[in-house]
Design a protein around this ligand. Structure first.
Ligand code: PLP
Length: 842
């Protein structure tokens, strides 16, 4: 490995060179042992930015030279360097798995990565998931490289003015101050990749960030050699118009894959975090076609086996889509270069082939070019099967090929210092980097006093933080000295502290608690059992309804009778989230089911002993049980219905009034709320490991990455013979399918079952190209369907390519519950994902 100092922007004094390596490894965002070093160098800047790289760039030479003579500092530095080396070289969960040979490298593509405030290239949950994913890949030793964009401005920063209006600011990300470096070629020059844009060549700069064992490679368009109109393409995350968005996605997908290629990286698995990155599959196919001398479509068939698409969308309207004309404008030249018909490319993003009016759907492209698809919670898996069902006409819903892996959070990134301490004592140092066995038992044995004390210390720290934030905000709005001083008295360290922070947007219903403001006021200001609430969240600059909901809260907070029991912390970001999830007693989440595909913020409080009060949506729909928290909603979908919102708000108040608040204040002789603490213990023990990215990534490896890698190598072996075979099979199926026919079905009752015989006429298809199955729907709403493979037993006399198929089965159901179906089959193919044809006898 090349040492990072090679690229270090400034000379560090002898003895301190390794500080550069430490500062550039974002491992410091979750492993806090090196914090003392950065504090020693510049405490103020460390507290303001949490960015060691910036600290190094800003420190005077004299100060650095003094530190280079300071033996205590040097000792600490050497200790940290040793600790980092040891952890990077230790055996990992992945290195100890058998049969991982086929999985050389996973490329993880995402529009955003939320690793730390010091690298602000994310907006919310999707990015944080991506960041947590890379950190976990480092922990578990999964070979992964991240691919993303380096935005000049990232997502907007928020201030709220005295009128409660949100102000959006776009500070400039100076790449020299971010913990990233240019990617250099072996000759020392800066690596660039080119992407053809209409009438011009876009030249992209390549950057890298280090995340422990894992690299995150980033592209930006802001190089001097690009035309001024193009230099802003990677300016703003989720900013600009439709065309900018398409340009960004081309840069991410096509530029991203080319960057990997230029670095000699050949991932066996390509993981698309949401449809934004789907163009990567096209460049991957093009590269494979060149390398193995295949045509583009065959190469796509080969490589798709190695692609995994994770969808995060719960509604059709949220899919990323572009007009055909715009796709033509940008993809004509790619199509020529790849020697594929542009119409074939366009069809990859449509439901109805050839329909020019239909928008090009990035999720459909991803689906048609992947070997597997997953949603991000059990419920979201079900919802996604409904969303994608139109691409699989006549297939039963349960067989629509979308699985699920429930999201998690990178626990070491979200735990407090107190939690780190408590968990280390209970479960050991390496608890989050191995298989999580034994954690539940260890936490279950913690006693009430320990847990309550743990909760109290974290709540106290949050309250100091809230006071600092509030004073800062009031000062920023030029409020009076007295108002600023009053902040030191905000909140009561012994009062029940609730948190609510998320994007302010309609479906999250951030103002559900405001449906009956007087009732909320009574709850908050109860003399004996006071409640306090910390809020935070941004509304997209174009989401006026979201901004209005912020304003409603600010007005409520300003009421004299609320007595400062609610604080809105501006500029929700990872740092604010981190403060909140460590300190709150309970976290409220009120999405409109099923719009919260998973949700992760509620998972961040688990390790810190917070409890969830949440709608039965996303992850909570599978995590909830009465011992671990509280549920809202009836587990059904109600659409956008103000009457139902009112009912749920009513239920939320009632839950707070009759259950949550009383339980928190119900103390035993030792002053401990023992029922509350029991919940804390159960939630920590059961849910923390289950909703971690450790569990999540191991599921991805076992259920997706390894099978994908193997499927890809089977297709690509012998210069793609498997893929060519598949291609021919696909063509045969397409040519003959409409003439395949099911003749008579005869069912004979047996003692405890039946024998079914079916006549099948295959037109020109060899029988091995298809499978014949006997099928029955499940009984009742939740019954599992039955499906039996039928054996080809006889050629039908006098028929051309007609056969009798038979199966004998045990059943008590009547024979007319059963139907026969014919579907394509091939040992290398995923059906119905790759061949959605199906024929039913009725
Ligand atoms: C965790 C997190 C999110 C995602 O929260 P959800 O409630 O899952 O939407 C968004 N923004 C920040 C800053 C976060 O830390």
């Amino acid at each position: 490995m090349v040492h990072m100092q090679h690229y270090f922007a400034r000379e560090l004094p002898a003895g301190l060179e390794s500080l550069g390596d430490l500062a550039l490894d974002l491992r410091w965002s979750w492993s806090h042992a090196s914090d003392t070093l950065w504090k020693r160098i510049d405490q103020e800047l460390w507290e303001a930015t949490g960015n060691p790289w910036l600290i190094l760039e800003n420190t005077s030479r004299d100060h650095l030279e003094a530190l280079a003579r300071d033996n205590d500092f040097l000792d600490k530095l050497r200790g940290q360097v040793r600790a980092r080396d040891e952890s990077l070289n230790a055996p990992t969960w992945f290195s100890e798995q058998d049969d991982t040979r086929e999985l050389d490298l996973v490329a993880y593509f995402s529009m955003e990565f939320g690793l730390s405030e010091a690298l602000p290239i994310y907006s919310g949950g999707l990015g944080i998931l991506a960041g947590d994913m890379l950190k976990t890949a480092s922990d578990l030793g999964v070979p992964m490289v991240g691919v993303g964009l380096l935005y000049q401005q990232g997502y907007f920063r928020q201030m709220i003015n005295v009128k409660g209006q949100q102000q959006a600011y776009f500070p400039y990300n100076n790449p020299a101050m971010l913990p990233v470096l240019p990617v250099r070629k072996s000759d020392g020059s800066w690596l660039h990749v080119n992407v053809e844009f209409p009438g011009r060549m876009l030249r992209l700069r390549c950057w890298e960030a280090r995340v422990g064992r894992v690299r995150l490679l980033l592209l930006d368009a802001n190089g001097m050699s690009n035309h001024p109109r193009d230099r802003g393409i990677t300016g703003e995350l989720y900013g600009g118009d439709e065309e900018t968005r398409l340009q960004q996605e081309i840069v991410l997908g096509i530029g991203g894959w080319r960057m990997l290629d230029a670095l000699g990286l050949t991932p066996t698995v390509s993981h698309l975090n949401e449809g934004h990155a789907a163009f990567a599959v096209l460049q991957r196919a093009a590269q494979c076609a060149r390398q193995h001398d295949l045509d583009f479509i065959t190469a796509l068939q080969a490589t798709r086996a190695g692609n995994l698409f994770t969808t995060h969308t719960p509604v059709v309207a949220a899919f990323d889509q572009f007009p055909s004309a715009l796709i033509r404008k940008y993809f004509n030249s790619f199509a020529k270069q790849w020697m594929v018909d542009i119409e074939a490319l366009l069809d990859l993003g449509r439901t109805h082939l050839g329909d020019e009016r239909e928008l090009f759907n990035m999720a459909f492209l991803a689906l048609r070019a992947s070997g597997a698809i997953n949603g991000v919670s059990r419920l979201h898996g079900i919802v996604s099967r409904e969303l994608f069902a139109p691409l699989f006409p006549r297939w039963p819903l349960a067989e629509i090929p979308v699985g699920h892996v429930t999201n998690g959070v990178h626990t070491p990134s979200w735990d407090s210092a107190e939690a780190d301490d408590l968990w280390t004592k209970a479960c050991g140092e390496n608890r989050w980097i191995s298989s999580l066995d034994g954690i539940e038992v260890a936490i279950t044995t913690l006693d009430d006093t320990t847990l309550w004390d743990f909760r109290t210390r974290q709540r106290q720290r949050l309250i100091s933080t809230v006071r600092v934030h509030a004073a800062h905000q009031r000062a920023g709005r030029a409020e009076s000295e007295r108002r600023i001083e009053e902040c030191s008295l905000l909140f009561d360290p012994n009062a029940l502290t609730l948190g609510f922070a998320r994007r302010f947007t309609g479906y999250k219903r951030p103002n559900l608690l405001l449906v009956q403001p007087e009732r909320l006021a009574r709850l908050l200001c109860n003399q004996r059992h006071p409640v306090q609430l910390v809020l935070s969240g941004k509304a997209h600059p174009r989401d006026l309804d979201g901004q209005d909901m912020i304003r409603q809260w600010i007005e409520f907070i300003a009421r004299a009778d609320i007595q400062g029991r609610v604080v809105f912390i501006e500029d929700y970001d990872m740092a604010v989230a981190s403060d909140l999830v460590q300190g709150v007693d309970a976290w409220i989440n009120t999405p409109r089911r099923p719009w919260e595909a998973s949700g992760t913020s509620g998972m961040k409080i688990l390790v810190n002993g917070g409890l969830n009060i949440s709608e039965l949506d996303g992850w909570w729909a599978e995590a909830y049980s009465p011992e671990v928290g509280w549920a809202l909603g009836d587990g059904n979908e109600h659409g956008i219905d103000p009457a139902w919102d009112f009912e749920e708000a009513d239920a939320l108040y009632q839950l707070l009034e009759t259950s949550i608040v009383p339980e928190f204040y119900e103390r035993n002789d030792d002053g401990i709320p023992s029922r509350w603490v029991s919940r804390v213990r159960a939630s920590m023990a059961r849910l923390t490991p289950a909703y971690s990215t450790n569990r999540m990534l191991r599921e991805y490896v076992e259920n997706y990455y390894l099978p994908r890698a193997e499927a890809f190598s089977r297709r690509i072996a012998n210069n793609g013979r498997g893929a060519c075979d598949l291609r021919k099979w696909s063509a045969r199926v397409a040519a003959h399918w409409s003439a395949v026919r099911i003749g008579d079905l005869e069912c004979q009752k047996q003692d405890n079952g039946m024998i079914a015989n079916a006549q099948i006429f295959l037109d020109g298809l060899p029988p091995d190209d298809i499978a014949v199955e006997l099928y029955a729907d499940g009984i009742g709403a939740n019954g599992a369907s039955e499906c039996y493979w039928m054996e080809r037993v006889q050629t039908l006399a006098g028929a051309v390519n007609g056969f009798r198929y038979r199966v004998s089965l045990t059943t008590t159901r009547p024979s007319n519950d059963y139907t026969v179906r014919v579907r394509p089959a091939h040992p290398l193919a995923e059906v119905p994902l790759e061949e959605p044809h199906i024929l039913w006898s009725r």
